[in-house]
Design a protein around this ligand. Sequence first.
Ligand code: FES
Length: 558
Amino acid sequence: MELNKYSRTITQDETQPASQAMLYALGLTEEDLKKAQVGIVSMGYDGNPCNMHLNDLAQDIKTGVWKEDLVGLIFNTIGVSDGISNGNDGMRFSLVSRDVIADSIETVMGAQWYDGMIAVPGCDKNMPGALMAMGRVNRPSIMVYGGSIHPGKWKGEDLNIVSAFEALGKKIKNTITPEDFKGVIQNACPGAGACGGMYTANTMSSAIEALGMSLPYSSSNPALSPEKKQECIDAGKAIRILLEKDIKPRDIMTRKAFENAITMVAVLGGSTNAVMHLIAMAHSVGIELTLKDFQDISDKTPLLADLKPSGKYLMEDLHNVGGVPAVMKYLLKEGFLHGDCLTVTGKTIAENLASVPDLNDGQEVIFEIHKALKPTGNIQILYGNIASEGCVAKISGKEGEFFEGTAVVFEGEKEVIRGIQAGEVKPGNVVIIRYCGPKGGPGMSEMLKPTSAIMGAGLGSTVALITDGRFSGGSHGFVVGHVTPEAYEGGGIALIENGDVITIDAVKNTINMQISDEELAKRKANWKQPESPIKQGVLLKYMRSVSSASEGCVTDKY
Ligand code: FES
């Protein structure tokens, strides 16, 4: 079949002289104009370790694409670093960036007639953004993950980005010297690559590899490694196969493939953000994934990975003991994955894994099923008068599965930090952080700074946290987020008052404030939606279009 199905519209039609003149301006020849065109989209930019090397990787991908007698043309999208935006109003833009990325890729792919796409994202929102665009555009596509950062070091101890956040809590508690505080911050991130634990970026890269949309080992090949460079070159070969076989994202991103992705998140103890991102990615290909799908898979999938934030190891350690394909091979053998799902190699998962080595003997990163860290996954969906349409808890098991305490309520993230510093948060409290949802934030900020400050202040195992915002994949402790309906829409979380008794039961999957229905109705009747300070720009557009967290915070709900 013709590989230039889309680009021929402009390259082979004599009524398109302007398009062709512009392509000749790039240095393309008449022969080149007959070839299929691959848009190579990089989220590269200088200001963030997760993204700083992506433009270099895009060049390697371009080399691989041209080697396959295809035309590779690089374009860029924006990117936002959650690490940098965290803890202030900048965070409002993080989740927004996911949809801006999806929209901008869709726009370029639609306008420029590329036949296929290879995306090279690095940070949390880059990946679901790229995948949402692939789903919408539905032309042969591959994701090449930018890869993880190497661990940092200070005084012989391994560091990662969460070490920097937790240093703040230690500073508040006066348990770190000024020299060590500075030393941790200056050495936590030793160069290019995404945050190294099983935080959101690595959760999404692993889920997307299990989904079949990246090449084997993409999620665990470190950012600065010969393997990552080789993967970029190999992506050229793979996109040629996809073009020849006309395998499109909707052939790969099936319901069964999403089940594989959710299983991978559960096994690895991944970030709660995976819930909304996978729902949004499924939406892009017309599949309705719900919170119930996550609960059902979590219920039957053991937590096997001893990875940070709640465990010991980093993604690079997983890579060194066999990588994500070795985990998938083990899961396939044990009946946890659908092996017949198609992938971007043009083969099925089972075919890809046939030649993959097993996990190393004696490795300690992935537990065997009979020694699972927890018999079920760490993501639990809870319902109750605080979250009538659901919320997402991350329960690794270490923090217990039941919490009852008194509410201490904060309107927004900055208030909590002030409250912790002022000693307003005490053992036995349930910390409520509200008006941080997709509309109310707007932008549904992550609460990494509060959770890290709580941990660092030594309150970690003694308090729980509930928010209509999100959690970073780096957050741990007894945390419940994505509360729906959000406070700004008058959800139950808006009605909690200081001192209310809050009960979170992750076994019965309930979350309630212990007040009567009459009292709840009275508070509801007195509630007024606060006026939003947002009057223009991207945040206003976002507020108007975003769906609830339970629906993936998509901005194109029909
Ligand atoms: Fe980019 Fe962590 S902030 S991966």
